[in-house]
Design a protein around this ligand. Structure first.
Ligand code: F6P
Length: 472
């Protein structure tokens, strides 16, 4: 039966795998988008279209003969041939669109577009078409269709062509660049991306800053008329700002799990009575891990009195390991960490520990314990670590926060803001977090906790649905 609401995103809310005794095990899909949308969607009469990402996902899709119904979700998993998927996801989404939106290229070297990249672009178009088709087939008359993120920039326009009755929204979870940087993409791609996005009735962003950049892009690069809405080719798309936060109740329940208690004991044994400087990130260039380590190194250089009294833990979830730039970056981060330990470690003190694994219980345990949380992305749409940490911290911890993270807009009054490119400045902010008098720490932490808990995901989705035009 067609659904009253549809959502489409590359990564779905569930991930399936075959257990040794032959059952199909299910666990929560990874990533910020899934955490935000998952808690807003669970239990609704809604279809969630996502890509099958593993053999387990494909098996689950075939076994159900259509949409898989588990854990309060109805999910349609698209089985996309591996080579096509790689070109769409690794090449275009992760090497091109992620890079352009986070300003990750050094223009003297990249990007460089040749025949292989053009072939990858054709796969990106193809996968967007398949998503649009699946939403068109599974969604009821005049229903809201909520498409997610840079993987699906072309899908709104494609969907509109086949189902003009649907009320289409596209939410862009990551930053949007200014026109000059956007123009590093080939002109034809830029045109197709912007007009593809404008196929939606509503284009949503995490913050005013990313929305403003988008409006400037459509004005300058498409010649569209734009203010709070964009007029282009006889249609209107509304521009909206919908910051997404965390679900504090769900986080608290997860943090109360016995697995988290166990992790806490392990961390406590490692840390002893030292102060904890923490970072929790995916292994990913925009997170600015290398400059973060550099800032910590400067602090150890400047403050021998802190040797043996603090320790830095970097919990990094593996991400996008098929993309060479990501692998090289992480190798550099590991080399940087090794150098710091070689310079400063003593028999009973490990100054910096880097753990690269998917261990959410350990991250939750560390959130409860940190003295300083470092969140210094180059650019970031929102950054949920900056909200999860203060929501769970029990130690009046400080937050060092990049002014280029979307979360900065909400948390600025209580966080220690940094320019993420300024390693010395970041180092000084970590130092300030360590040295902060107890009363100021407490006062800021109370404020942070309150601000970080704002913007729950359930309201985030509702607000967008409400802002769609009424059914014709
Ligand atoms: O919006 C950013 C995002 O797509 C989020 O889903 C998540 O934080 C992350 O990137 C996940 O990336 P991937 O699905 O490529 O692992």
């Amino acid at each position: 039966m067609p659904s009253a609401l549809a959502v489409a995103s590359n990564r779905g809310p569930l991930s399936f795998s075959r257990t040794p005794d032959g059952d199909l095990a299910v666990r929560r899909g990874a990533g910020g988008l899934v955490s935000a949308l998952g808690s807003a969607m669970r239990g609704r009469d809604a279809l969630w279209v996502a890509a099958a990402l593993s053999d387990g996902d494909r098996e689950a899709a075939y076994a159900s003969g259509g949409a898989v119904e588990r854990e309060g979700f109805r999910v349609c998993l698209l089985d996309i041939e591996q080579a096509t998927y790689d070109r769409y996801y690794n090449e275009i989404a992760n090497r091109f669109l992620w890079f352009v939106c986070h300003y990750l290229w050094e223009p003297s070297r990249a990007p460089s577009v040749g025949p292989a990249e053009r072939e990858a672009w054709a796969s990106y178009q193809d996968v967007n078409r398949r998503f649009a088709r699946a939403v068109a087939e599974g969604t009821g008359e005049a229903a809201p269709a909520m498409l997610q993120d840079y993987h699906l920039a072309l899908a709104p326009r494609m969907l509109r062509e086949s189902r003009p009755d649907l009320r289409i929204a596209l939410f862009w979870h990551i930053p949007f660049p200014e026109p000059d940087y956007m123009s590093l993409l080939p002109d034809a791609w830029t045109h197709e991306l912007l007009t593809g996005m404008l196929g939606a009735d509503l284009v949503g962003f995490q913050t005013r800053r990313w929305a403003r950049n988008f409006v400037e892009c459509v004005r300058e690069l498409l010649g569209a008329k734009a203010a709070r809405a964009v007029q282009h080719e006889g249609r209107q798309s509304r521009i909206g700002i919908y910051p997404v936060g965390v679900d504090p109740e769900h986080l608290a329940t997860s943090a109360a799990d016995p697995a988290v208690k166990k992790e806490k004991a392990i961390l406590r044994r490692w840390l002893g009575d030292r102060r904890l400087v923490l970072r929790v990130d995916r292994t990913e260039l925009s997170k600015n891990i290398l400059r973060g380590f550099g800032a910590y190194e400067l602090l150890l250089e400047r403050r021998p009195d802190l040797h043996g009294k603090i320790a830095h833990l970097a919990l990094l979830t593996p991400s996008r390991r098929d993309v060479p730039e990501y692998r090289e970056y992480i190798a550099e981060c590991e080399a940087g960490a090794k150098r710091i330990n070689e310079r400063f470690a003593s028999v009973d003190w490990e100054p910096l520990r880097v753990e690269i694994e998917d261990n959410f219980p350990r991250a939750l345990a560390a959130y409860g314990m940190y003295d300083v949380l470092v969140v210094n992305p180059v650019f970031d749409g929102m950054n949920l670590v900056a909200r999860e940490g203060p929501t769970l911290n029990r130690n009046n911890g400080s937050l060092v926060l990049s002014r280029n993270a979307g979360a900065w807009e909400d948390l600025r009054s209580a966080a220690l803001g940094v320019n993420p490119f300024d390693v010395e400045g970041t180092s000084a902010a970590i130092e300030r977090g360590i040295d902060m008098p107890a009363e100021e720490r407490r006062e800021r932490a109370v404020r942070l906790r309150r601000l970080a808990r704002g913007k729950p995901p359930s309201r985030w989705l509702e607000r967008q649905i409400k802002d769609l035009p009424p059914p014709a």
